[in-house]
Design a protein around this ligand. Structure first.
Ligand code: VGL
Ligand code: ZN
Length: 239
């Protein structure tokens, strides 16, 4: 096939938080069956049709606000307690978020990318969740917008490269993958979550989670579908 790049299709792969702490058997916040998605992600990482292949790492300081252990009893039970986070720059803006076990502390083995992930294909690695004052699921920015208090630089990177479509895979489907894909839509990209390339923390809520993502403009696609097929040259086309 002749090389005729289509300016309306310049895709990026976003590999979210494929880290030891999110995986059995040793992770502190293990997502069920998380390691099984790595072969598909490695297949996508090897494709020459993706000019940007970006991995993220959840990368928290020990004092991170999302760790239940950094809160006082009785509101410090991992998975069930919540906390309210206020914009340090605007006391009127806040959101409530779930508390977690200690996970992905910067520079610890639990924060490492899985050794079986083919990281040599990555063009960039972005670390997020580094500010102890805010929870940040999205790879773009925390959910505090007035004013925005920090930004990973991902939006500028994607826009600067002329990316049109993002394919989002990794962990966890119902948290960081979801928030990243929804922010990608807000940033004007066509955003696909590849279903076989992710796993949720809460399996029971996954169908509803996918519906909500779709309501916000994300497309949940299948490995065998036309959107992924486009990366393999299996289908031509628009969309
Ligand atoms: C995540 C919970 C806490 C994720 C990160 O990567 O989905 N989930 N921190
Ligand atoms: Zn985290």
């Amino acid at each position: 096939m002749a090389d005729s790049p289509d300016p309306s299709f310049k895709p990026a792969l976003l590999v979210i938080d494929m880290q030891e702490d999110f995986c059995p058997p040793n992770g502190t916040l293990p997502v069920p069956d998380a390691r099984s998605i790595t072969p598909l992600i490695n297949t996508l990482l090897a494709l020459p049709t993706l000019p940007l292949k970006i991995a993220t790492q959840d990368w928290h300081p020990p004092a991170h606000i999302s760790f239940a252990s950094n809160h006082s009893a009785p509101h410090n039970t991992p998975f069930t307690s919540t906390t309210t986070i206020t914009n340090p720059l605007n006391p009127a803006e806040s959101y409530t978020t779930r508390l977690w076990p200690v996970h992905c502390v910067a520079h610890t083995p639990g924060a490492a990318l899985l050794p079986e992930l083919h990281t040599a294909h990555l063009t960039h690695t972005i670390q997020k969740g580094t500010d102890p004052r805010v929870e940040m699921y999205s790879a773009f920015y925390p959910p505090l917008h007035s004013p925005r208090m920090s930004d990973s630089g991902l939006a500028a990177l994607l826009h600067g490269e002329g990316i049109t479509h993002v394919y989002v895979v990794g962990l966890a489907g119902d948290y960081c993958v979801r928030s990243t894909a929804e922010d990608a839509v807000r940033e004007g990209f066509v955003a696909y979550v590849v279903e076989e390339g992710t796993r949720p923390v809460d399996g029971t809520g996954w169908e509803g989670c996918k519906r909500e993502m779709e309501e916000r403009g994300v497309k949940v696609v299948r490995e065998g579908g036309r959107e992924v097929g486009r990366l393999f040259g299996r289908v031509e086309g628009s969309g």
